[in-house]
Design a protein around this ligand. Sequence first.
Ligand code: UT7
Length: 329
Amino acid sequence: MPETRTAGVTGLGMSVPSRVLTNSDLERMVETSDAWIIERTGIRERRIAAPGESTSTFAFGAAVEALNAAGLDPAEVELIIVATATPDMLFPATSCLVQHKLGAKRAAAFDLEAGCSSFIYAMAVGAQFISSGCFRNVLVVGADTLSRITNWRDRSTCVLFGDGAGAAVLQPVKPPRGIFSVVLRSDGSGADLLKLPAGGSSLPTSEETTRNGLHHLVMNGREIFKFAVRAMEEAAAEALRNGGIKQEEVDCFIPHQANIRIIDALAKRLCLPAEKVLVNVDRYGNTSSASIPIALYEAVSTGRIKPGSLALLVAFGAGLTWGALALRY
Ligand code: UT7
């Protein structure tokens, strides 16, 4: 029997498009205002993919940086998981495109889709392969290009999203370092609250679906808002309880970056002081699967997470899905 091992993050990377879309740009596209967007969401600008760029572009960029940070040759990677709801194509998996671009010749590759919770799910899955002794070098990427499924005439959604990717290398580490508590949940009764209606097997793309705009994301914002606060509070509290830690021991809290009001309400319920809460939604908007790894990357590169720091990651998303993950860096 292979020994049981703990998985930890040994390298991080991120990649976002260079094109910035500001709130004043959006004022010229739909009936909205910089003041409304900032007050209701906290978002000031977001990054938008250029023609020719796609989810694999950013996933690859983030992956290269994460592998360099970990000092890992692509040929040594054994598994690549790309967490995404906006793959380059329905198939083949975007992870295979990344595998090829990296030259990760020995790696297994698959995509994982759990809405904006996908990165937490993918980290949990990647960690299992390490704990079981199956693999030693796992690359987990959270990447999305929501601008490609956004209805740019719908002001209630088009102001919210941005594109990009973040990546983490998982390898065996010595406790107390590593991922030590994971909570994953789902509730498909809320599937209609946030979805991309057409383009799948239930409603294949047709002239009619295109005419009716069903190839665009649709969302019940108010219901998702209420669910988000409730679900993330539940997951975060359970991850702390399962890991035997108190909230005051958390050094850095990284919630999914969807809306500053959701983040503030959540931090308040969890009694977490603002200085421990990572916020970058103002600069990137909601980047879906990329939001948590980009925030984790920034927390580490700015020194807010240091070796030994305790980080609590928590997300919610379409599905519905939600989850939390506690790790010692
Ligand atoms: O990763 C998961 C993705 N989803 C989310 O995280 C979404 C969660 N929900 C939210 O973040 C918020 O519900 C929104 C930001 C989407 C909306 O904020 P809200 O405070 O819930 O606004 P609302 O939907 O209740 O709308 C209030 C008003 C409406 O006007 P009336 O009906 O009161 O006249 C909207 O038409 O604000 C209007 N509105 C806007 N006004 C200016 C909606 N979007 C805009 C806009 N600019 N962009």
